[in-house]
Design a protein around this ligand. Structure first.
Ligand SMILES: CC(C)(COP(=O)(O)OP(=O)(O)OC[C@H]1O[C@@H](n2cnc3c(N)ncnc32)[C@H](O)[C@@H]1OP(=O)(O)O)[C@@H](O)C(=O)NCCC(=O)NCCS
Length: 171
């Protein structure tokens, strides 16, 4: 039977599950862990994908960082739900919100080059990103020897990309 997922803005009562998901992924060195206090304070940045039985399957945040720039961060899909299109749906939701906020570009620092290029992002030199983004980086255990790549999407040029539904609607 076809699985159904809802993509929607996160709620405060998603935070404990988001925290566990991010922690397990951070232990593999794929992203930064986030403290509960950070997640409660930044809940408005987050989207989640929820399975039909109410389980949190994935999360992702859009963090506005500069006049015209947003960052995709804390993107993780639970192992058993990989390759079902949830990563794409969450990134699409962030891209749609960029348009609402008049953010012209969105970037991520990542090891997932193929995933992001499939979604239309291009690999760029980290030096093209404004210095403001390094605020998180100085607290990262890998700083200053970061081996992540930077990927960037011009939101205004990417048109109406979205195979996904608006956040909150059921597919
Ligand atoms: C990266 C990640 C979010 C992808 O999520 P996902 O739900 O499995 O990805 P999707 O199913 O939406 O895939 C979207 C596209 O990317 C491709 N893709 C996804 N993961 C891929 C991988 N590891 N290698 C190659 N291609 C990949 C899919 O084939 C699909 O392409 P298509 O639609 O053109 O056929 C997931 O692998 C993850 O949580 N990884 C660990 C955490 C992480 O690295 N997060 C990124 C931090 S910036």
């Amino acid at each position: 039977m076809m699985e159904h997922f809802i993509t929607r803005k996160a709620h405060q009562d998603d935070v404990k599950a988001m925290h566990g998901l991010l922690l397990r992924c951070a232990q593999k060195g794929l992203l930064l862990p986030r403290a509960l206090s950070y997640l409660y304070g930044h809940i408005r940045n987050f989207y989640v994908a929820e399975s039909g039985n109410g389980e949190l399957a994935a999360c992702c945040a859009l963090a506005p960082v500069w006049e015209d720039l947003g960052e995709i961060c804390s993107l993780v899909v639970k192992d058993e739900h990989l390759r079902k299109g949830l990563g794409r749906r969450l990134v699409d939701a962030c891209v749609s919100e960029c348009r609402e906020l008049h953010l012209k570009k969105i970037f991520a620092l990542t090891y997932q080059e193929t995933f992001f290029t499939r979604l239309g992002f291009s690999v760029v030199e980290k030096s093209v990103l404004p210095q403001k983004i390094w605020a998180d980086c100085v607290n990262c255990p890998k700083y200053p020897d970061c081996d992540e790549i930077a990927v960037l999407l011009d939101v205004s040029a990417s048109g109406g990309e979205t195979r996904t539904l608006l956040p909150g609607l059921r597919e």
